[in-house]
Design a protein around this ligand. Sequence first.
Ligand code: AMP
Length: 218
Amino acid sequence: MIIVLLGPPGAGKGTQGERLAARLDVPKIATGDVLRAAVRDGTPLGLEAKAAMDRGDLVPDAVIMGIMKEALAAPSAANGVVLDGVVRTTPQAEGLRDALTDLGRAVDAVLLFDIDEDELVRRLSGRTTCDACQRPFFGRQPGETCESDGKAGVLIRRKDDEPDAVRKRLQVYRDQTAPVIDWYASNGGKLVHIDALGALDDVESRMLNALGLPASGQ
Ligand code: AMP
């Protein structure tokens, strides 16, 4: 299955995408993770993307298309993929459709994570992220150690989780990503709304239910 996760920053796409990818036994691709790793490693991609990311702006569509195509062509994606935050503009949605058409494939479902802005600001302002595995934590401080990935990563506060950048990212979402919702609604109609508020297990159940998959463990 090829699943696109849409929704504002902080809606839980990463966490739920991880669960869904494990459930489907396919990789999760998150352009944000790829870009942050490139910034950390100082690669040309990272150098190109860093300033826009720190401001909370989007990086150019052409950069995203390159990452997207490479990920889709990887043997690990042969059985499907969960795309987290990969489609953020209408040209990217069109680019994904065209890239998949070239591979004889298509998006199976688009899950839109619905959540209100007050909750997003609350979540993002309390978030730290592992600099190695990129897992998010809430209620833990920068400098603490992440034990979850075996690499002993350090928790950092993402620059784009600072209040000014969060406001900018939400504005960018409204201006550039929200139109993607209408695009999917009128190009195939595979868009499903997921109530993203509540306990992680509850949101996961709604997501699996929306895809017609049995709950985890069944
Ligand atoms: P995320 O981790 O998904 O919140 O992404 C962090 C940042 O990476 C975003 O604020 C953008 O600057 C950049 N980014 C990630 N994915 C995309 C995308 N599909 N299009 C443009 N910029 C992106």
